[in-house]
Design a protein around this ligand. Structure first.
Ligand SMILES: Nc1ncnc2c1ncn2[C@@H]1O[C@H](COP(=O)(O)OP(=O)(O)OP(=O)(O)O)[C@@H](O)[C@H]1O
Ligand SMILES: [Mg+2]
Length: 407
């Protein structure tokens, strides 16, 4: 006896494969002389596939009301016919030239049939209930497989549409970046140049109030330029290819601290604890440290003894890193907002910045499959964490310091 493998049909990814499995399985399941697979098609029945001792109806179409495949689908029930000559559901003129004497036809999905499956016998044979049940079981598995194929196609279609619109979006971002860098920079440069000509060449004839205004124009131009740079940097890190290697985080952190020490006048003490290596893109990772450490410095230099602790540890399937400072802190109930672009808690002249550093860090960490978050209280310092997935590798750790892009 033939044992058809239900898993074979559940793995079928297209209708042709389903038909191929079903026509063989149906016939061999009950030792019939032929099996057929019938599909509804614009009010007709299309005898799509068969496996038989002699060809019968394969490739032919009949009106739904005039064939037994259509009868099983319209009624949503099995047609059991021991003798085709004695059953008035049978269009006998179609059957006379064939070998078929007996048949059973079952619907695929009784509620809203998707197809029907039939078995034929060349001698008179009364199909038993067990045979009908076997065929119906095959039809039920076929229904699930056909529904899967439809769902699979829909998914594929959705993925294609999504991919197309993502590509479109990327192209839009690229052309926007090009627009920003070229078209927007030029007029800003002109405004800056004219403002500086005004203050250098016409200072003598400008009243004090006008000189103050010119100064303000120059400041705004500088701010606008750095905003444009920051936006371009964000767009750039969204587009960069991520090629991961083993990264020695300690090397990156030490390099970043050395760079920061050159920039700050007041003394800040740094304490570096454990810093496990990770699998990441080193330049982007340095950018994350750069943004977190420069914030820790910026928002703690005013405190009595600024101190920054850096560490990391493996926790389950992640390595979690943290940067803790004892600066002004913030109300961490709104911490999530900080990772969105241009969001600042401490705006104004006291702290310089554009509000883009954490958005960049967030983008980089998320692109590495990780997450980033913060914990703080006003006046009690802040701790920023980021977690990266552990990816086991036996590759030796060799991290070039490089520099975080953007300086
Ligand atoms: N360590 C910290 N302590 C207190 N507040 C912080 C800290 N880090 C970030 N913040 C708050 O989060 C805001 C966003 O930080 P982010 O780094 O994105 O921007 P920024 O530092 O203001 O400017 P820049 O674009 O130059 O980095 C900051 O303006 C500040 O209000
Ligand atoms: Mg910052």
């Amino acid at each position: 006896m033939y044992y058809w493998a239900p898993c074979e049909i559940s793995l079928a990814r297209d209708l042709e494969r389903i038909q191929a499995i079903v026509r063989t399985a149906a016939r061999e399941l009950v030792g019939a002389d032929g099996a057929t697979f019938v599909l509804p098609e614009n009010g007709m029945c299309y005898y799509a596939a068969e496996d038989a001792i002699k060809p019968t109806f394969q490739g032919q179409r009949f009106p739904m009301e005039k064939c037994i495949g259509g009868w099983a689908m319209r009624r949503g029930e099995a047609a059991v016919i021991p003798d085709v000559n004695e059953d008035d559901r049978i269009p006998i003129e179609a059957y006379l030239p064939t070998y078929i004497k007996s048949l059973v036809m079952v619907p695929v999905r009784a509620a809203a049939p998707l197809a029907s499956i039939g078995n034929y016998w060349a001698r008179r044979h009364a199909p038993t209930q067990a045979e009908v049940n076997l065929l119906q079981t095959l039809a039920d598995a076929t229904a699930v497989a056909m529904e899967n194929v439809t769902a699979y196609r829909e998914l594929e279609h959705r993925v294609e549409t999504r991919t197309r619109s993502l590509q479109q979006l990327m192209e839009d971002v690229e052309s926007f970046s090009a627009f920003v860098s070229h078209d927007l920079r030029a007029p800003i440069r002109h405004i800056g140049a004219f403002a500086s000509m005004l203050s250098s060449e016409h200072a003598a004839i400008l009243p004090e109030s006008a000189r103050v205004l010119v100064h303000r124009i120059s400041d705004s131009v500088k701010r606008m330029s750095s905003l444009i740079d920051a936006l371009l940097e964000l767009a750039r890190c969204a587009q960069l290819q991520i090629t991961k290697t083993r990264v020695d985080m300690r090397v990156l952190v030490e390099a970043e601290i050395a760079a920061l020490r050159h920039e700050i006048s007041s003394s800040v003490s740094f304490d570096i604890g454990d810093l496990p290596s990770c699998s990441a893109q080193p330049t982007l990772m340095r950018q994350v440290w750069s943004n977190l450490l420069s914030n820790a410095v910026k928002y703690s230099v005013g405190s009595d003894a600024p101190r920054i602790d850096i560490g990391g540890s493996r926790q389950g399937s992640e390595v979690i890193y943290c940067v803790r400072d004892n600066g002004i802190g913030f109300d961490s109930r709104n911490a999530r907002e900080l990772f969105s672009i241009l969001h600042r808690f401490h705006a104004g002249s006291r702290f310089e910045g554009t509000g883009i550093g954490l958005a960049i860090a967030h983008k980089i960490v998320v692109r590495h499959g990780g997450r980033i978050w913060a914990d703080s209280h006003p006046g009690a310092g802040a701790t920023f964490y980021f977690a990266l997935p552990v990816e086991e590798s036996h590759e030796p750790v060799r991290t070039e310091v490089g520099s975080a892009f953007g300086g």
